[in-house]
Design a protein around this ligand. Structure first.
Ligand code: CAA
Length: 257
């Protein structure tokens, strides 16, 4: 299978699994990943998802160049839409996604990581958008999400030059939130995922939805949305539980209802 999915408590881990080609994405790989994201989205017990790459060299080295080379424009459009649909599915998922970038995250690999809520990286990671070195621009959201994340100045430099950024530089740019030795990366990802999963799932989901609007709508509209989800959360059992637990000086036990 081009991906593996494992469940541990409230945390799912999706592993991109084509290590022979540094987990590059072909059509089958993308479709399988899309299906897995959609399936996990329907699982209320899953409260956080980690996305990582098999092996010790790559998260994903991009779209599969061997598959892409002979595409006609109409096929390339379809391929762009498929990759974009994976990124949109991650963003639309009820659970936060953590990209554990364990090596190269290039082109489409970087773009998939950019759709995740949080990126952490290993010391050997290298991220970038090398598409122009292949005669194409980014096609799975790099021009849009990289620009939103690191700002137009850095995004333009990285996309126009196609250069790879090592983990420490990625950390400086805010492209990743933290860098760890490769041997610690998955433990750190699980720690982060578990700390999210311990919180009220509907409140985390509402926060994800509201944050997504911050970059797309005017402040007034975003604030109205936030006030709406804030108010709705008072109709959940978890709101009563969270506040009661605080006042009773005990740990909250959230059920996602
Ligand atoms: N597509 C297909 N195969 C790939 C691949 C890719 N994106 N990246 C690596 N591979 C394959 C190599 O062809 C090689 O296969 P063989 O062993 O059969 O020859 C294997 O993976 C190992 O790769 P290398 O021998 O190249 O390993 P390296 O250590 O010398 O270099 C690397 C590693 C710097 C990541 C290099 O493989 C590389 O530059 N890969 C391509 C990165 C890239 O340009 N990605 C962007 C793709 S375009 C895109 O993603 C468009 C988009 O926006 C959607």
């Amino acid at each position: 299978m081009p991906i593996d999915v494992a469940l541990d408590g409230h945390v799912a881990t999706i592993t991109l699994n084509r290590p022979d080609v540094l987990n590059a994405f072909n059509t089958e790989h993308l479709e399988t990943l899309h299906n897995a994201i959609m399936t996990l989205a329907e699982e209320p017990e899953v409260r956080a998802v980690i996305l990582t790459g098999a092996g010790e060299r790559a998260f994903a080295a991009g779209a599969d160049i061997a598959e892409m080379r002979d595409k006609r424009p109409s096929q390339a459009l379809e391929f762009a839409r498929l990759g974009q649909s994976v990124c949109l599915a991650i963003e639309a998922a009820p659970q936060p996604y953590i990209a554990a970038v364990n090596g190269y995250a290039l082109g489409g690999g970087c773009e998939v990581s950019l759709a995740c809520d949080i990126r952490i990286a290993s010391e050997n990671a290298a991220l970038g958008q090398p598409e122009v070195t292949l005669g194409i621009p980014p096609g799975w959201g790099g021009t849009q999400r990289l620009t939103r994340l690191v700002g137009p100045g850095i995004a333009r430099e990285l996309i126009y030059t196609g250069r790879r950024v090592k983990a420490d530089e990625a950390l400086r740019f805010g492209l990743v939130n933290a860098v760890y030795p490769l041997s610690d990366l998955m433990d750190k990802a699980r720690e982060l995922a578990n700390s999210i999963a311990a919180n009220a799932p509907l409140a985390v989901r509402a926060s994800k939805d509201a944050i997504a609007r911050a970059l797309d709508v005017e402040l007034d509209t975003g604030l109205s949305y936030e006030a709406g989800v804030f108010a709705l959360s008072f109709d959940t059992a978890d709101q009563k539980e969270g506040m009661s637990a605080f006042l009773e000086r005990r740990k909250a036990d959230f059920t996602g209802s």
